[in-house]
Design a protein around this ligand. Structure first.
Ligand SMILES: [Zn+2]
Length: 378
């Protein structure tokens, strides 16, 4: 930082941030808030590149970048913070050098290791807000659990192929574990699935936008919502999130850092898998006919987005079974696959064949924003 004074601007800073200060929503007071803020950016890759560049350019006074990886040639297709001659260097340090060349008035700390149970508590505690720019569930659970425990907001994004998701998690609202109680066993990351190079740019800019607006106290529509982006068909959709009564992280924030963070192993011999179908198999089963599609989420979730079918919330299902008629099979879906699994168990107790959408709408929407047309079924 130029002079270490967090309560005023130098002439150079004033000039640099003129276009912000001109905005009534930011102004000099808002720009000072940014200067006094500390953001932890976990992951200096595809998402971390635009996030860190925009936060540094915006004048967020302190950034901490955490990444234990080194720059690889295959990163340069999307990780725009790096240059060809930086291949082989630490990502955290190479990114720090780039950011300070962009804006020497801010402070940037590079942590050349991955976020872990050993360093997460101190790193999250020191920050005002965390931006998740990682590519794996265990890191996101780690961020979520420490943010829950320490009452910190964080901005999530994930990217794969042409599809992205983004959400702002804040204390007292739905958390990441409400959304994904367990890590999917078979989720691909963009290293194995591929990703269009501009997609992390698109999602990273959305993350930076939400982070800056949160710090400024401006509207943050992604709070308690998940934004789904289909960059191939250029479709955007937002779904309302609800806090889960069963969520281990929300229910006991102090104990959240002790929760498990590994993917559940998928057991091929598990017979209960017969009543659970992947999104593709679920769609095929639906199209085969003689079945009814059933959304078992709550009314708010239904109102914000659905893929078709009947709507009976899980807690009303026992009293409303007759509404399903005499179909052979009921295809159940919910947000993440937990409630639809319970609905299937309930249906099977009543002698009805139930099938649950594995991973819920979130798994469905990860690869398609398609909805199911009911007209040819039932
Ligand atoms: Zn939760």
């Amino acid at each position: 930082m130029s002079d270490g004074d967090n309560t005023t601007f130098s002439a150079g800073e004033w000039l640099r941030y003129t276009r912000h200060i001109q905005l009534p929503e930011v102004g000099a007071a808002g720009q000072l808030k940014l200067k006094q803020s500390h953001i932890l950016v976990v992951g200096a890759g595809g998402l971390g590149s635009p996030v860190a560049l925009y936060l540094a350019a915006a004048g967020v006074g302190q950034l901490t970048l955490v990444d234990g990886d080194v720059v690889d040639t295959s990163n340069l297709q999307r990780q725009i913070i790096f240059e060809h001659q930086q291949v082989g260097q630490s990502k955290a340090t190479a990114a720090k050098e780039r950011l300070l060349r962009l804006n020497p008035d801010i402070r940037v700390d590079a942590v050349e290791s991955f976020l872990s149970a050993d360093n997460a508590a101190a790193l999250v505690a020191a920050a005002d807000l965390v931006v998740d720019c990682t590519d794996n569930f265990s890191a996101r659970y780690l961020i979520n659990d420490y943010c829950c425990a320490l009452g910190k907001p964080w901005v999530f994004a994930s990217i794969q192929k042409f599809f992205g998701q983004c959400a702002l998690f804040t204390p007292g609202n739905a958390c990441f574990r409400c959304l994904f109680p367990e890590a999917p066993a078979n989720v691909e990351d963009c290293n194995s699935a591929g990703v269009i190079g501009v997609l992390p740019g698109l999602l990273g800019v959305l993350q930076a936008n939400e982070a800056i607006k949160y710090l400024l106290g401006l509207p943050t529509p992604l709070r308690n919502h998940l934004l789904l982006v289909d960059a191939l068909n250029l479709e955007f959709r937002s779904i309302q999130l609800t806090r889960s009564d069963d969520c281990a992280a929300c229910r006991d924030p102090a104990g959240a850092p002790n929760l498990p963070r590994q993917s559940a192993p998928l057991c091929a011999a598990d017979n209960s898998r017969d009543s659970v179908l992947t999104p593709d198999a679920f769609r095929d089963r639906y199209r085969a006919g003689n079945c009814v599609l059933l959304d078992v989420r709550g009314p708010l979730e239904r109102q914000s987005f659905h893929i078709g079918g009947l709507h009976i919330p899980l807690d009303e299902l026992p009293q409303r079974l007759t509404e399903l008629g005499g179909v052979e099979t009921v295809l159940c879906y919910c947000q993440s696959g937990i409630r639809s699994g319970k609905a299937v168990a309930l249906l099977q107790q009543q002698g009805v064949n139930g099938i649950s959408l594995d991973g819920g709408l979130l798994a469905w929407l990860r690869c398609s924003l398609e909805t199911l047309d009911d007209s040819h079924n039932r």
